[in-house]
Ligand binder design. Structure first.
Ligand code: F6P
Length: 353
């Protein structure tokens, strides 16, 4: 019997809504081209642990609307494990894979670029609610996170209005403020604080003054969005992550509380802080993310079939493209300042109070 040709799929790094839609898109595209599809469990770790499964049509049906990833994920990098690269190549051979689809954020895709340079035939798909992967307009999961954060802000507005309070919402975004900017703009927030623009003493004073002025002029509530990675007087607010599987990295969180305290102390206005946390990363993907993920998955299968390895699927305007994976390692995609300035113009930090 002739054995079918095979490809593998893995999801690495933090999860996000839309991963399953992408797995489904890539698997369907590959099956149509005569491949069998192997799902590697828990990111790169699945290669090291020989933990994988056959993704047949039944397994990838009915998952387009499911949050998380049916394959599981981890932050394990084969480059950080002794003989990790060797294990990956060995298992890749054993599984008879012809190519690998890696769904990841900046970290996982950077590792993938290095693995490609070492000879592993792979293609990448960008996913992260933070939307900070370079060379693509959007990454899978971002639009869902923006919608969840916008819904939260809408809810905070009604209670802020009733109590004449200042409401702060801390959202994710370690290095970039994409969620804060898009959700803040969509919900008509009065201030948006992002990692790209550190908050120094003067800026904090100006924020407090503006909130106070709004109140004095009869606008008796204000809504402020803060991205978790926003630097306050030169420092990021973090605590140590307990990660058993890979390198430790700081966990962001708490900047909202500090900014809230500063506002209340300075203005004397009742201020409340909410942190959205992992709620913005879980659950059902919005239609946009399902469609982007499906298109990215299909494109990844096409790239593998055409042996166009070392590439990443990307959205440029309205077009799905393939870009060199190595571009991801050149840094993070920061917020479009033109858009941020539009949001800011509606607020006292840059415009009218
Ligand atoms: O998915 C990106 C992100 O949500 C960041 O904004 C956040 O700091 C980080 O992941 C936290 O995720 P984890 O606790 O899984 O490392």
């Amino acid at each position: 019997m002739v054995e079918k040709k095979r490809i593998g799929i893995l999801t690495g790094g933090g999860d996000c809504p839309g991963l399953n839609a992408a797995i489904r898109g890539a698997a369907k595209g590959a099956v149509q081209r005569g491949y069998e599809v192997i799902g590697i469990h828990s990111g790169w770790k699945g290669f090291l642990d020989r933990d994988d499964e056959l993704l047949d049509s039944a397994r990838t049906s009915g998952i387009i609307d499911r949050g998380g990833t049916i394959l599981g994920t981890s932050r394990v990098s084969p480059l950080a494990v002794e003989n990790g690269t060797k294990f990956v190549f060995e298992r890749f051979e054993e599984l008879r894979l012809e190519g690998l689809v890696v769904l990841g954020g900046e970290g996982t895709l950077t590792v993938s670029g290095i693995m490609f340079d070492k000879g592993l035939p792979l293609v990448g798909i960008p996913k992260t609610i933070d939307n900070d992967v370079k060379d693509t307009d959007y990454s899978i999961g971002f639009q869902t996170a923006v919608q969840i954060a916008t819904d939260a802000l809408d809810r905070l507005r009604s209670t802020a209005e009733s109590h004449h309070r200042i409401m702060l919402l801390e959202v994710m975004g370690r290095d970039t403020g994409w969620i804060a900017t898009y959700a803040g703009l969509a919900a008509g927030a009065d201030a948006i604080l992002i990692p790209e623009i550190p908050v120094d003493k003067t800026k904090l004073e100006w924020l407090c003054y503006t909130v106070h002025e709004r109140n004095r002029k009869g606008r008796r509530y204000s809504i402020v969005v803060v991205a978790e990675g926003t630097k306050l007087e030169g420092r990021s607010i973090t605590r140590e992550e307990c990660d058993t599987s890979s390198e430790k990295r700081p966990l962001f969180g708490g900047v909202g509380e500090l900014v809230g305290e500063a506002i209340q102390k300075s203005t004397g206005l009742e201020t409340r802080v909410s942190t959205l946390g992992y709620i913005q990363r879980g659950g059902t993907p919005v239609a946009y993310d399902r469609n982007l993920a499906t298109a990215f998955g299909a494109k990844a299968a096409e790239l593998i079939a055409n042996k166009k390895f070392g590439m990443m699927t990307a959205l440029k305007g309205n077009t799905i493209r393939a870009v060199p994976l190595k571009n991801v390692a050149t840094g993070k995609k920061t917020v479009d300042m033109k858009l941020y300035r539009v949001a800011e113009r509606f607020f006292g930090l840059g415009g009218e109070i």
